[in-house]
Design a protein around this ligand. Structure first.
Ligand code: NAD
Ligand code: ZN
Ligand code: ZN
Length: 343
């Protein structure tokens, strides 16, 4: 008889996830089977379950792209990982490896990319099938629970900060200080930047200061762009918008220093108005940034292994998923919830 596993499954967009007993999948040629130890819950999982984006996953599917676990089985021909290795199954589940984007290390935009917990079943399950060529390799000394938020929130913000091209000593504004943002602040500090954190929640801003922000701005009670300009003496050299909220985007462009770069990372559905004259006349770059490549992943994990960034995690069992989603939707998750599969 096939062995069973628990998985939290999206059966219909906008409906609660169902905890189902599914067959444990078997790795085919070139695949591996990972026994999940921990999986972070990203706001993207919420967008996925709500069918928020133009490119939609097909229910039923299992979300989760911060899954970390031990390799328990390898399919035919797999040589790059072995049974017992601790790996992560990230958003960039696989890519073609041959297109112009793969060849230039922009593999997340590969037209044939598959996405973990989206186009492929992800880490809200006791076992995950993965592509060994694209898994994250967790450094020794980093626990599964600590590694989980790094393989999406960590890599995405680390890469996004690099994309702003802000230099050590310069200012970066981080808009949104939740799962992504609280790690962004720590990466930016470790990279020698001065950090101005922006959020709409006082608790998040207090926490931002605790994890290293040099200044904070409450976008609910203050004019965020003017406040950041005042603090940074003319605008932040780099701006990283992680907030899943459209007003944060226009504000973010407006708080960018002349000749600076505003990197867009948050993914609320919709569009935002762009002050065209200011963007042109101030030579501002507006840049999308989508997770990162495998080298970014290794670097982002190394910061965590060195203790330079540390995710603040709240542990929950898989069965709490609908409650976690509700709190995440309402801004009630302090930093990152990680599903602990031992609970
Ligand atoms: P989260 O819910 O943990 O954090 C969001 C934070 O934004 C909260 O602290 C909230 O208070 C704050 N916020 C809300 N409205 C704001 C506003 N107007 N101004 C400033 N702050 C505001 O979410 P998360 O897991 O950090 O994900 C954030 C977004 O990033 C989501 O849209 C997610 O889909 C996206 N994301 C993108 C990538 C990528 O590769 N581009 C990767 C991961 C996540
Ligand atoms: Zn994510
Ligand atoms: Zn490709």
């Amino acid at each position: 008889m096939t062995k069973k596993m628990k998985a939290a499954v999206v059966v219909e967009f906008g409906k609660p996830l169902e905890i189902r007993e599914l067959d444990i999948p078997s790795p085919g040629a070139g695949q591996i089977l990972v026994k999940t130890e921990a999986c972070g819950v990203c706001h993207t999982d919420l967008h996925a379950a709500n069918g928020d984006w133009p490119l939609k996953p097909t229910p039923p599917f299992t979300p989760g792209h911060e899954g970390i676990g031990l390799v328990t089985e390898i399919g035919e021909g797999v040589t790059s990982v072995k049974v017992g290795d601790r790996v992560g199954v990230p958003w960039l589940y696989s890519a073609c490896g041959h297109c112009e984007f793969c060849l230039s290390a922009y593999e997340p935009v590969c037209p044939d990319a598959e996405f973990g917990g989206y186009t492929k079943d992800g880490g809200f399950a006791e076992y995950i099938i993965a592509d060994p060529n694209y898994v994250a390799h967790v450094p020794a000394g980093l626990s599964a629970i600590q590694a989980a938020p790094i393989i999406c929130a960590g890599i995405t913000t680390y890469k996004g900060i690099k994309e702003t091209e802000a230099k050590p000593g310069q200012w970066i504004a981080i808009s949104g200080c939740g799962g992504l943002g609280h790690l962004a602040i720590q990466y930016a500090k470790a990279m020698g930047l001065k950090v101005c954190a922006v959020d709409i929640d006082e608790g998040k801003l207090k926490h931002a200061t605790e994890v290293g922000a040099d200044a904070v701005v409450n976008a609910k009670t203050q004019n965020a762009a003017e406040a950041v300009k005042e603090i940074t003496g003319g605008g932040a050299h780099g701006v990283l918008i992680t907030a899943p909220s459209l007003p944060a985007f226009e504000q973010g462009v407006n708080m960018t220093r002349k000749h600076g770069t505003c990197a867009l990372v948050g993914l609320p559905p919709g569009e935002f108005p762009t002050p065209l004259f200011d963007v042109v006349a101030n030579c501002i770059t507006i840049k999308g940034s989508f997770v990162g490549n495998r080298k970014d992943m290794a670097e982002a994990l190394d910061f965590a292994a060195q203790g330079k960034v540390k995710a603040d995690v709240e542990l929950q069992p898989l069965t709490a998923i609908n409650d976690i989603f509700e709190r995440l939707e309402n801004g009630k998750v302090p930093s990152r919830v990680v599903i602990d599969f031992t609970l």
